[in-house]
Ligand binder design. Structure first.
Ligand code: CTP
Ligand code: MG
Length: 227
């Protein structure tokens, strides 16, 4: 199933604490952003990439695209203060296919096979997100005291990509913008419409580069894939 992908890359990487956008940090000598872009550059089903970036970083990004031969980027939009606003900027202009994926630029290890299942599922049901089953015992805590042990069977950790029929994503974003609603992912905006969102089981190695520990895990994942 052909798709277009939106990659929000306009964050600051505060939790990484590198003093710069974490996407420029290197894993195995290559910037994290390029690792992620390469997945989609190499995927035959991806017909175009839409990036959101800070205005002051767009020139550096364009240089990296040239250097690493990334040719599928159709547009670099100006990101906003919140991730949702960065995604929104791209949703407003994306075109090309009926299926649109949103994927954190900070998740370089997504498998092509998961992307493919997400795009197929979005085509069938309108909205699908990548997730993995919770592994640990999960408890609801308030003010440092356990309120309840939650049934783990029903708990999923949600990742990106999140895949949608373009019309569903556009409606969800428009409604959120009109209502001033801020969600933590695109699925939340679609859930608000009363539209079902399906889970597609992903892999535990689809980590988001968030803190310095993730750089160590990231290097290990690359090494394991080279073996
Ligand atoms: N992002 C974005 N625009 C923002 C905030 C985040 O495009 N205003 C992007 C990030 O670049 C990243 C993805 O959304 O690819 C996921 O966000 P996150 O992991 O939170 O990255 P940062 O916001 O950069 O990190 P932090 O929250 O630690 O500052
Ligand atoms: Mg953030």
């Amino acid at each position: 199933m052909k798709y277009e992908v939106i990659l929000p890359a306009a964050g600051s990487g505060k939790r990484m604490g590198a003093g710069e956008n974490k996407l420029f940090l290197k894993l195995n000598g290559i910037p994290i952003l390029i690792h992620t872009l390469n997945v989609f550059q190499e995927d035959q089903d991806c017909s175009g990439i839409w990036l959101a970036a800070k205005p002051e970083e767009q020139d550096d990004i364009r240089s990296l695209l040239d250097e690493y031969g990334i040719t599928k980027v159709k547009s670099i939009e100006t990101g906003g203060d919140e991730r949702q606003h960065s995604v929104q900027a791209c949703v407003k202009v994306v075109e090309g296919t009926d299926i649109v994926l949103v994927h954190d630029a900070a998740r370089p290890f997504i498998h092509k096979e998961v992307i493919s299942r997400l795009a197929d599922e979005a085509d069938r049901s309108g909205a699908a997100v990548a997730g993995v089953r919770a592994k640990d015992t999960m408890k609801l805590v308030e003010d440092g005291v356990i309120q309840e042990t939650v049934n783990r069977e029903n708990l999923w950790i949600i990742q990106t990509p999140q895949a949608f029929k373009s019309s569903v994503l556009k409606e969800a974003e428009e409604r959120a913008e009109a209502d001033g609603f801020l969600g933590t992912d695109e699925a939340m905006l679609v859930e608000r419409l009363g539209h079902p969102v399906t889970i597609v089981e992903s892999t535990y190695d689809n980590i988001k580069m968030t803190t310095v520990d993730d750089l160590i895990f990231g290097e290990a994942i690359i090494k394991s894939r080279q073996e």
